[in-house]
Design a binder for this molecule. Structure first.
Ligand code: NAD
Length: 341
């Protein structure tokens, strides 16, 4: 009996459509190889181009469409920076579906320049509150304020996921914060993580200040497993962690809630590369792999992981960020071909 899933596809803008098409090629290959899985792709509009058309970057009809699907594969989207511009499409979707966890794995890959060969960590970021939520006000000309809301409820929720994840991995959770300065908000966050830790005596738990963590990720990244932190700290640390293992072209991400998941690369729309067919699609392809894991299709996810590793190991098809000259779609074709062998 085949397993059927409806997948919303939001290609986005900039390099978004190119990397999303690459991931779709690979998913279609998985579907062909597995035969047990049927993925119906439903394309929707979101991103920069929607702002002029609809006054928002995620129109209501797209939100309604997402509600009819099991998961969303999202390409990167440009977010205007002027005051008053709508929040990013990612933030809007995270909010609409309460996607409270942002999971960003970071692993050394074969023949990809990596600061160490044995890095295998995950940055797990609270996704619904904190400074990244973007609640800001202008008090008077030249004087602005940003709200950093942290609740015990949301902190315990992400902490639970951190420990569950650690139980399946190396049984180590590192709580990253800046409690020595942000005593109230990070006080709540750390206390919540430590409370949840009591339920997991077999998991080793430690704490690191965010500034020290930025340093230790360079000095000894192989010593970490699950790094759990608040929204903005996680955003910054996950880009740093991505660079340790080859850069943003390899960094996949999942946004998970209790009943929906959105999967997207960590990188943005890189407008200077738009339409050039040169960027690395692996981050989006590995995001699609995470989507299959979320849909409880571990074998199919494994096909993608193995195909990516084989193509990288062979080293024949390499995009510019690996000092190669292969096109985005050549890389996708090579990965899809390995799945179909
Ligand atoms: P960016 O991630 O788009 O690009 C930074 C640089 O990283 C690029 O110039 C390129 O050198 C490299 N890079 C990114 N993706 C790559 C890939 N797949 N392969 C190889 N190299 C790659 O970051 P930015 O320039 O800060 O942001 C551009 C736009 O993207 C902004 O509007 C920003 O708001 C948006 N953005 C969107 C998302 C999202 O949709 N989730 C995430 C981050 C940034």
């Amino acid at each position: 009996m085949s397993k059927n899933f409806k997948i919303a596809v939001l290609p986005g803008d900039g390099i978004g459509p190119e990397v999303t098409e690459a991931a779709l090629k690979v998913l279609r290959a998985v579907q062909k190889a597995s035969k047990k899985v049927r993925l119906e792709f439903i394309q929707g509009e979101a991103g920069y181009n929607c702002i002029r058309k609809y006054g928002t970057n995620v129109p209501q009809k797209t939100l309604d469409m997402l509600k009819q699907t099991n998961a969303c594969l999202k390409g990167p989207m440009t977010t205007p920076e002027e005051a008053g511009a709508p929040p990013s499409a990612a933030v809007t979707i995270r909010k609409a579906f309460n996607l409270y966890a942002n999971i960003r794995p970071c692993k050394s890959l074969p023949r990809v320049p990596s600061i160490r060969s044995n890095i295998d960590l995950v940055v797990l970021r609270e996704n619904t509150e904190g400074l990244y939520f973007g609640r800001e006000f202008l008090l008077s000309p030249g004087k602005g304020v940003a709200l950093r809301v942290v609740t015990q409820q949301a902190s315990e929720k992400i902490a639970n996921l951190a420990f569950e994840l650690a139980m399946k991995r190396k049984k180590h959770v590192t709580c990253v914060h800046k409690r020595n300065v942000l005593r109230v908000t990070d006080g709540i966050f750390v206390d919540s993580v430590m409370k949840v830790a009591e339920k997991y005596p077999s998991v080793f738990v430690d704490e690191v200040h965010v500034d020290a963590m930025a340093m230790r990720l360079i000095k000894e990244p192989e010593k970490f497993d699950v790094i759990v932190t608040t929204n903005l700290f996680g955003d910054i640390l996950s880009d740093e962690a991505a660079q340790l293992v080859g850069g943003l072209g390899f960094a996949a991400g999942a946004n998970i809630g209790d009943s929906y998941g959105m999967f997207e690369p960590v990188h943005g729309s890189a407008p200077k590369y738009e339409g050039k067919n040169v960027v690395n699609p692996v981050a989006t392809i590995l995001s699609a792999k995470m989507m299959l894991e979320y849909l409880n299709l571990p074998e199919e996810a494994g096909l993608i992981e193995k195909a990516v590793a084989t193509v990288l190991e062979e080293g024949k098809v390499r995009t510019y960020d690996m000092d190669g000259a292969s096109a985005t779609q050549e890389m996708a074709d090579a990965i899809a071909a390995k799945i179909l062998i």
